[in-house]
Design a protein around this ligand. Sequence first.
Ligand code: NDP
Length: 251
Amino acid sequence: MSNNNGQNLAGKVAVITGGSRGIGAAITKRLAADGASVAFTYTKGGDAAVSVVKEIERGGGKAIAIQADAADAAAVKAAVEKAVATYGRLDVLVNNAGTAIPKPFEEATLEEIDRVIDINIRGVYVATQAALKHMKSGGRIIMIGSAVGERVAAPGLVPYAGTKGAVKMFTQALAREIGSRGITVNNVQPGPIDTDLNPATGDWAVPQKAATALNRYGRPEEIAAMVAFVAGPEASYITGANLTVDGGMNA
Ligand code: NDP
């Protein structure tokens, strides 16, 4: 994996959903460090969003934060349009916003199930349609799926795993449909990564850590590195791929 001079994405514009914390924040900062002008969404955490923008600007990069719930189709479309209006083009979309509500499936309410589907699937479809209107040859659509979209080692994540399996097939189907436009579509599938959603401390973390070959949680930057590679010029022949970054959990 090459980082070259750190400016692989000079002149490019990237939109990242859910970029204020966790994996999305690491992706946003990494793509900016690689030279992209970035726009990212968030919902509640305005302070966290401002601090990501400031950090990127201190490093000489360009970033804007846009409040847009992935479950709100109009807000998602407006966020993509704002990014294009601000920077004049769109090269990379990273569909990172996602949520899980861990509990036994039979205890999940319809509202909880709808929320997970609306953010993890519907939001991805809406953002991707909005981005494709502006993308030209060389464009990159990148999903953040999950290692549990392919193999599930533990109970408690049934609706979530279903959405990530959907993201996997969405990626493969869309890659087929838009390959002729020179746009690639790929799905980065993290294993357990230390974030607010899945902290590396606590009871819930013990079996996840033990299930990895490396016997540790990953860091958000370890997912951002794969996303940066897929977004960059060296990944030009990779499309329709599910790229698992899970410390060997699914091995
Ligand atoms: P976090 O909950 O730590 O961070 C989520 C980020 O997305 C925050 O910036 C949050 O900002 C934003 N966000 C949350 N809900 C929405 C929404 N409805 N619309 C827009 N933005 C939103 O999550 P992670 O970083 O852990 O997860 C990121 C992605 O990675 C998800 O798709 C998740 O499924 C996937 N993943 C994570 C794994 C892990 O172990 N952590 C493993 C496998 C996959 P705000 O609070 O302001 O809304």
